[in-house]
Design a protein. Structure first.
Lengths: 1397, 258
């Protein structure tokens, strides 16, 4: 062992008490530092694990974009995935299909089923089990916690036909649906497979084994909509309605007529750690691209965006934890420096001696540093080990609280308790601790080594000339302290204010960071500055305190005063240590107590009512129902709308379809009367004299708007300023697929600009301070504005889409399938309805359309066999008006030279021209303005064909597997009479499919069919059916006589489609034998058809009439009639799809649909009528009148679509319900009833909470924060107190000689005790009171820095209790810690003491 | 050329029998507003094997002189030239670097203080050995030499004792052994018997005389004129100036008669 090490160890051994105490403080501080790091790591892992478990563990999704429905076999890509580094598991799934599901077996598809997504998983696959997360299970038949295990369940009735469904689907199916209930699913292409859409009892029965919350697992199946949006504590977002089934059942449900067994359409990859996901995605993309298989593989990263959010959240958590860890470390450093200063002083003589016998300064330096290092190694090692236990305590308490909070919210289940020990964290803790301890000993060691030997050996020789430097030094130090305070204050003034958010959320992070800087760091800077300045002013303060304690100190007053300041550096360090810890405790207490004191206001401001209930949308009419529930005092429905406001020619805010933006303007639509009554705590900034009642009156009466203070400040807006406000009146999608895919390309936002006047500027209105929590605030800054329902309804009413069209009606086809009758076009003679229209006085005018499917070609090739070609009136008069009166379409492009600003004006010409919609252009990107397309005209000639007279190709196939043998001719049945096909079955019914192929050189219509069968009494009855290609259902043509052999002729409905574009007509013969007990058979003798053949050949479309495209209109939307075509059966949410061509009505009736042309316009056959009524409010009345008259006078069934009322109702939907309960009623009970009310009506609630729930949750959170911060700070105070004890002990020991002298000149033992304990007491109280002073300032600044009008309402509070406890604790500690040294000093032998060197 | 080499380059030729020569040594202190002259143009030469005692009352500058000669403190002016290579090449202590000062204290000067100045945490053996350890001497050599020295001063049996377990005289003997352990040019003793009783003082003085007889050069400052009589020369220092010098060499038994 080297001499320095030996000396160091011997020194430490000699003064072991102080070293042990120092090591204890180091252990505590390192343990705190390491503890918070471990907690931080553990939280990080827990968050990632939670995401994996709750939001699905799948990290990457792989799809093929270039194959039908994306089917592929795993072998195609498996090897490309396996070899990629970090890939842990690979599974294959089925997704992207929809099926119909019903909760009853005695209903039909239209009325008793809902459409839902289906997800198939290979639940027994090992990798799939690895990838499967843990969903939030609401109801289950078993205790299993994964979808995979749940799907293993075998049900006593349905066997392996079990299903897991999402909560939203459950609500759609019926609120009472629960686990173990049956549901019935109509497979894809079910009609072809024999399932009857009109009878849910024929569908596949499944047992529901579990109902899960929408978030999570479902997201892993949809690459277009990854999990990020679902990651909120309150469960906003989600996968939407969906079902999970095992892979075999999925194939049965989605394959339909195809067979893709062994194939999948989704690859799912799990990566060993979330940080590698993006690189794995890149590698997989490269590997799949190298395959060059034309599949166009799409690889989606599901996790990296979450990682970013977690990192941001964790960085805040880590920062907060680190602050406390660093405070502990700083204290430890100060304490060690202090102790080293004392040790340095104590060992001064030995140091001098050491050098006097030849040791160098560096050796002296090493001697001291070694002591620091040894202490550092011991303390840091023990501290690093202890950090685990500290982390255990912090983490367990924190986790427990968070778990209880999230469990109450019910949206997110936090992963289990697991302390994570990363070697890197332990090493970091050890290194930081060691470096800190070495750092703490560096300066004293250096100073010790640099002290002249002669001064070490003889302290009397110390030179006084050093004092000369103090003057300038003190000035510089004072300036530095002032600079610290100034920079803190400046930071507070100039840093942008934090957002209104309280909880970190992905959207609000940027603002949150700035807020953190203001609320945390700026006051800390000020705090440091204050303590700094007070340290420099310790002399007068000391004087004051000594004067205050003079009754206690008595004779030793002067001595104590001088002694405290004798070793200024040492005293300052101890003082700083105490002041810093107490100030942090008091500062945090001020902040937390202020928040706690403001909880009532915060919750009032946040809630605005006793109950808040947030729905996707609910009719405003629910208000009455909600109000009628027991215990309810009042209810207010609020709508949140998006808007943009024009300021200085710039539009602030964003449209609903914008994906990237920085500013959101939220228009909150209020019930002014309810607001007047309940939202009384509203703070009005300007006009200062305005009352809430006046303000609400103002916004009710005119186009007035209230804006929030932040908006007014940021854009320099004043009351009275006129603003152009562009209201969003909602987004409409072209079709259901677009809605489900959030396909904004096919969406349209209706906006309307209104000039509004700022009537008031408010700080906040209760309940509107934190819209981000409600999931409606977007990125960046968000401003609240308020208008009244009265004004909003007026705006919404005035600017309804659809232009002048209020009602659209058409006659339903009667295919026998009510669902498809709604979307099937039907020709009717207008004259039969015109008189009815004219008979209703409120109907002011109308227009008609000829709108039907027809093939369209371009450049000699057919581009679509079923384009909608609509003829519209462009120049009509009287009640039958031009289409111009009905539409509000926008021309997005038009050919130069054609006059007109509307589609109707462009088409008002005799030229062969047309206007198309954007979808047509999207589908045919090579076609544009100026191009010519040809349109197939509906002109047919009748052809009667005798059996064998025409070479039709027929194929007969027995239906499914209910036959035992087939004999005779199965092809070319109609080639001649007596074909003779024998088909033997042993089931209760038999069916034979016959496909007739009409060669598709021309289009055909089936006119009639004649069939002759052999007499066969083995069947009870025979029927002939035909497939309607648009309904995909077989229509019954009638019974075939099976008793007498004769020709059975059936006419086809000419309005129906039976011949598909490739010329196939599908017939089916059904035979039944109720008493089958052996084989029975069917024999067809002959078959012949009558058809109408188009005079135009599909092979040569060049001869079709040519139309030049001269304009393009906006893509169709659900509520815009101008683009309305026969696909728009939106009552069912069926596709509008667009792809329409608009031509002049004259061209339609003369050229394209001439078969339907009447003698005059009234006698034309048309497909739809557009009606304009006098007032929107009366539309419903006219609709009902029209419906009755059309049915009873014109006959048949009619579909009348009220375009305005529904739109108006949608626009005035309520999203946010405020409920006030009666006094004495428990809000939770009322909430339950309200939830039931809304869910019973099939509406989904996003989240709901009560004031009592929020209040208790918030208090729990505050208590948790207080517990953690105070817990950490109490440790810090323990360090400070140990420091104080050491200070007292060491200074006493160092003054042994003086104490002897004092005793020798007559000072009593009591006097010595008073002097020693008085010193400690005064120093401690100086530190504590400075800390309390600085802490109150720091805390007050933090309170001040809280964003005004934000979520948190703070009431500035001084934590008297904490201060009292603190002072008491310090006093007790001081008395206890100074007792031993004081008594020791008093009992010193006078002679020994005075002889001490 | 580094500082040490530059300083060495200024070596001057002196009489090889001289161990140390002091020329016009002046040292002042400033305490508050007053300046005290501790040494005023002091001149002194010490030869090999010479035992010189400097006597004077408190505050006369004795300890300042020892501190300056021991490279613990530095004069305001004057020269302190040590015969650094024992061959007649002298070097002024004022021209030396810190490193050379350290080497001087380690190898050329043996310091003995009034209060023994032992490391309380080290045994007698370790205290004596310490300068050799600092000088990185061979452990075997260290052991042999330390034991010999402790034997020479009669503490062989107590070498594992800590200073607190030794009497004042024993402690001072350990200090002497420590001062001798690196074979210094000269032993500088500052009131070596100041804390000791008469018997112990006699024993210490006997050791000094033995050392002197063995060829060691010794400069001892003391306020005790009686024990100074044993030295070869006795110089009286008053108010920082040498005011008289006389020959000593009185046998110790004549000074203390027991």
């Amino acid at each position: 062992m080297g001499v320095i090490l030996k000396l160091a160890f011997r020194n430490m051994k000699r003064r072991k008490v102080r070293y042990i105490l120092t090591i204890i403080t180091l252990v505590i501080s390192v343990a705190l530092f390491g503890g918070v790091l471990i907690v931080s790591d553990s939280f990080n892992v827990m968050m990632l694990k939670t995401i994996d478990e709750q939001l699905g563990t799948a990290d990457i999704l792989i799809r093929s974009a270039n194959s039908t429905d994306g089917w592929f076999e795993p072998d195609e890509i498996n090897s490309e995935l396996e070899d990629v580094r970090h890939v842990e598991s690979i599974a294959y799934r089925i997704s992207g299909f929809n099926v119909y599901i019903s909760a009853t077996n005695s209903g039909n598809q239209v009325e008793n089923s809902t459409r839902t997504g289906i997800y198939g998983i290979d639940h027994q696959d090992v990798d799939e089990r690895e990838l499967g997360g843990k969903p939030f299970i609401l109801d289950s038949v078993s205790n299993e916690d994964t979808i995979e295990k749940l799907l293993e369940y075998t049900h006593e009735d349905t066997g392996d036909k079990v299903i897991v469904i999402s909560e939203s689907l459950k609500i759609q199916l019926g609120k009472n649906l629960k686990a173990n209930d049956s549901v019935w699913v109509l497979p894809n292409d079910g009609e072809f497979l024999g399932y009857d859409p009109l009878n849910t009892g024929t569908w596949l029965e499944y047992s529901v084994v579990a109902i899960i919350r929408d978030i999570g697992e479902g997201k892993d199946f949809d690459p277009e909509n990854p999990s990020e949006s679902a990651m909120t504590m309150i469960g906003v977002g989600g996968g939407g309605p969906g079902i999970f089934v095992n892979i075999n059942n999925a194939h049965e449900l989605v394959d339909g007529t195809e067979n893709h067994t062994g194939e999948y359409n989704l690859g799912v990859v799990g990566v060993d750690n979330i940080y590698s996901v993006s690189s794995v995605v890149e590698n997989i993309e490269n590997n799949l691209e190298d395959l060059n298989d034309g599949r166009n593989w799409k690889v989606n990263d599901l996790k990296s965006s979450n990682l970013e959010m977690i990192n941001t959240t964790m960085s805040i958590l880590e920062t907060v934890f680190l602050i406390f860890g660093l405070v502990a470390l700083i204290l430890s450093i100060i304490l060690m420096m202090n102790i080293f200063n004392i040790i340095k002083k104590e060992q001064e003589y030995e140091t001098g001696m050491f050098q006097a016998i030849g040791a160098s300064k560096s050796e002296t330096f090493k001697l001291f540093l070694t002591q620091g290092t040894v202490m550092g190694i011991i303390g840091t090692t023990l501290g690093t080990i202890s950090s685990y236990f500290i982390s255990y305590v912090i983490f367990s308490v924190t986790l427990q609280t968070i778990q209880s909070i999230t469990a109450q919210f019910g949206g997110l289940s936090i992963s289990n308790f697991e302390i994570v020990l990363y070697p890197a964290t332990l090493i970091t803790t050890f290194i930081v601790g060691l470096v800190s301890s070495i750092f703490a000993s560096l300066y004293p060691s250096w100073k010790a080594s640099r002290k002249p030997i002669i001064e070490c050996l003889n302290p009397i020789e110390e030179k006084s000339k050093r004092e000369k430097k103090h003057y300038w030094k003190r000035i510089i130090l004072f300036i530095s302290g002032s600079l610290l305070i100034s920079s803190g204050v400046l930071l507070m003034i100039f840093t942008p204010e934090a957002t209104t958010a309280f909880m970190p959320s992905a959207q609000s992070m940027p603002g949150m960071d700035q807020g953190m800087v203001v609320t945390m760091f700026a006051p800390i800077l000020v705090l440091f500055g204050i303590i700094w300045l007070i340290v420099l002013s310790i002399k007068p303060l000391n004087k004051v305190f000594v004067a205050l304690f003079s009754p206690y100190l008595r004779k030793t007053r002067l001595l104590t005063e001088k002694n405290i300041l004798r070793h200024r550096k040492r005293t300052s360090l101890t003082f700083t240590m105490i002041a810093l810890t107490t100030s942090f405790l008091i500062g945090m207490s001020v902040m937390m107590d202020s928040i706690r004191a403001g909880i009532g206001t915060t919750i009032d401001d946040f809630m605005g009512a006793d109950i808040r209930l947030y729905t996707f949308n609910t009719p405003r009419s629910f208000e009455e129902g909600l109000l009628n529930q027991s215990g309810v005092d009042d209810v207010m429905g609020v709508s949140h709308q998006n808007a943009q406001i024009q300021i200085n020619n710039d539009w602030i805010g964003h449209s609903l379809l914008d994906r990237e933006y920085n500013t959101t303007i939220m228009v909150n639509v209020l019930d002014t009367e309810k607001a007047k009554e309940h939202l009384t705590k509203t703070t009005i900034i300007s006009p200062t004299t305005m009352t809430l009642i006046e303000m609400m009156e103002e916004i009710k009466m005119g186009n007035n708007i209230i804006i929030d203070e932040n908006f007014a400040d940021d854009y320099n807006l004043n009351v009275g300023r006129n603003l152009s406000v562009r209201f969003s009146l909602g987004t409409t999608y072209a079709n259901l697929t677009a809605i489900l895919d959030t396909d904004d390309y096919n969406a349209h936002e209706d906006t309307f600009i209104v000039n509004m006047t700022i009537t008031a500027i408010i700080r906040s209105i209760q309940g509107f301070s934190s819209l981000d929590l409600l999931g409606v605030q977007g990125e960046g800054k968000s401003y609240n504005t308020f208008i009244s329902w009265e004004i909003y309804e007026e705006i919404a009413n005035k600017n309804l889409p659809g232009g002048g069209t209020d009602l659209v009606f058409r006659q339903l086809t009667q295919t026998g399938n009510p669902m498809f009758d709604l979307v099937q076009p039907n020709w009717f003679t207008f004259s039969t309805v015109e008189s009815i229209l004219n008979g209703i006085s409120g109907i002011e005018y109308y227009t008609t359309r000829m709108d039907y499917y027809t093939p369209v070609s371009y450049n000699g090739s057919v581009i679509d066999y079923a384009s909608s070609v609509a003829g519209i009136h462009t120049n009509s008069s009287g009640n039958l008006r031009s289409d111009l009166y009905f539409g509000n379409n926008n021309l997005v492009s038009q050919k130069l030279g054609y006059v007109g600003s509307t589609m109707e004006e462009l088409l008002n010409t005799t030229e062969n021209i047309c206007v198309v919609d954007e979808i047509f252009i999207k589908n045919n990107p090579t076609i544009g303005i100026g191009d010519n397309i040809t349109i197939f005209p509906h002109q047919f000639n009748l052809e009667t064909i005798s059996a064998g007279g025409f070479p039709y190709i027929t194929t007969a196939i027995p239906y499914i597997n209910n036959y035992t043998s087939v004999s005779g001719t199965t092809t070319d049945l109609i080639f001649s009479d007596d074909v003779y096909l024998s088909y033997v079955s042993n089931r209760e019914w038999l069916a034979l499919n016959i496909t007739v192929n009409l060669l598709p050189t021309n289009l055909y219509k089936a006119i009639n069919v004649t069939i002759e069968t052999s007499v066969n009494t083995t069947v009870d009855s025979l029927e002939l059916e035909v497939l309607n290609i648009y309904t995909n259902t077989f229509e019954n043509l009638g019974p075939i006589n099976n008793i007498i052999e004769n020709n059975n002729t059936f006419n086809f409905n000419l309005n129906h489609y039976y011949v598909d574009p490739i010329g196939d007509l599908k017939l089916r013969i059904i035979g039944r034998n109720s008493t089958y007990n052996g084989n029975y058979n069917l024999t067809i003798d002959s078959l012949k058809l009558g058809v109408a053949k188009s005079i135009y050949s599909t092979i040569t479309p060049d001869f079709w009439p040519k139309f030049e495209i001269i304009g393009i209109i906006e893509a169709p939307t659900l509520y815009n009639t101008e683009k309305y075509n026969w696909y728009a059966g939106f009552e069912l949410g069926y596709d509008i799809s667009g792809n329409s061509i608009f031509i002049n009505y004259e061209k339609a009736r003369n050229v394209i649909y001439s078969d339907y042309r009447g003698s005059d316009y009234s006698n034309d056959m048309v497909t739809s009528v557009l009606v304009h009524c006098d007032h929107p409010e009366n539309i419903t009345t006219y609709k009902n009148l029209l419906l009755q008259n059309l049915h009873f006078i014109a006959g048949g069934y009619w579909s009348i679509i009220d375009l305005k009322s529904l739109t108006l109702s949608i626009r005035t939907n309520v999203y946010d319900w405020f409920t006030w309960v009666e006094v004495g009623v428990h809000d939770e009970d009322v909430l339950e009833e309200q939830i039931n009310y809304i869910e019973d009506r099939g509406y989904l609630i996003i989240f709901a909470f009560t004031k009592s729930f929020m209040s208790s949750t918030f208090r729990t959170m505050i208590n948790l924060i207080v517990f953690i911060t105070n817990g950490l700070l109490i440790f810090a105070i323990i360090i400070a107190m140990i420091g104080l004890t050491l200070h007292s002990l060491l200074t006493t020991m160092a003054r042994r000689r003086e104490i002897g002298m004092l005793r020798s000149i007559g000072l009593s033992k009591k006097g010595v005790i008073r002097s020693i304990s008085g010193e400690t007491l005064i120093l401690a109280l100086l530190g504590v009171f400075t800390g309390i002073f600085a802490g109150i300032i720091q805390g007050s600044l933090m309170v001040e820095a809280m964003p005004s009008g934000g979520f948190l309402a703070v009431t500035w509070t001084i934590p008297w209790l904490t201060i009292g406890i603190l002072v008491l604790t310090v006093l007790i500690t001081v008395i206890l810690s100074s007792r031993y040294p004081a008594k020791w000093a008093a009992n010193l032998n006078i002679i020994d003491a005075v002889r001490t060197r | 050329m580094n500082k040490e080499r530059r300083a060495t380059a200024k070596m001057i030729k002196i009489d090889p029998s001289i161990v140390l020569t002091v020329q016009d040594l002046t040292k002042t202190y400033t305490i508050g507003n007053s300046t005290i002259t501790a040494l005023n143009k002091v001149n002194l030469t010490i030869r090999k094997g010479e035992f010189i005692a400097i006597v004077g009352p408190s505050g006369s500058g004795k300890t300042t002189l020892i501190n300056c000669l021991g490279a613990l403190d530095f004069p305001d002016s004057g020269k302190i030239i040590y015969n650094v290579d024992a061959k007649g090449m002298g070097l002024d202590i004022m021209l030396m670097t810190n490193k050379q000062h350290k080497k001087m204290r380690l190898r050329k000067i043996g310091l003995i203080f009034q209060f023994y100045n032992l490391f309380p945490i080290l045994t007698a053996y370790e205290n004596v050995e310490l300068p050799m350890v600092i000088d990185k001497k061979d452990p075997k050599l260290r052991k042999e030499k330390v034991k010999n020295l402790l034997k020479r001063i009669g503490l062989e049996e107590r070498m594992e004792h800590l200073p607190t377990q030794l009497s004042g005289g024993e402690q001072q003997r350990v200090t002497i052994a420590r001062a001798l352990v690196n074979d210094p040019l000269i032993i500088l003793a500052d009131e070596p018997t100041g804390e000791l009783d008469t018997e112990t003082t006699t024993n210490i003085m006997k050791i000094f005389l033995d050392l002197k007889n063995a060829g060691e050069s010794i400069l001892m400052v003391t306020h005790n004129r009686r024990i100074a009589e044993v030295a070869d020369r006795i110089i009286t220092l008053t108010d920082g100036e040498f005011i008289s010098e006389k020959n000593g060499g009185k046998p110790i038994k004549e000074i203390y008669k027991f």
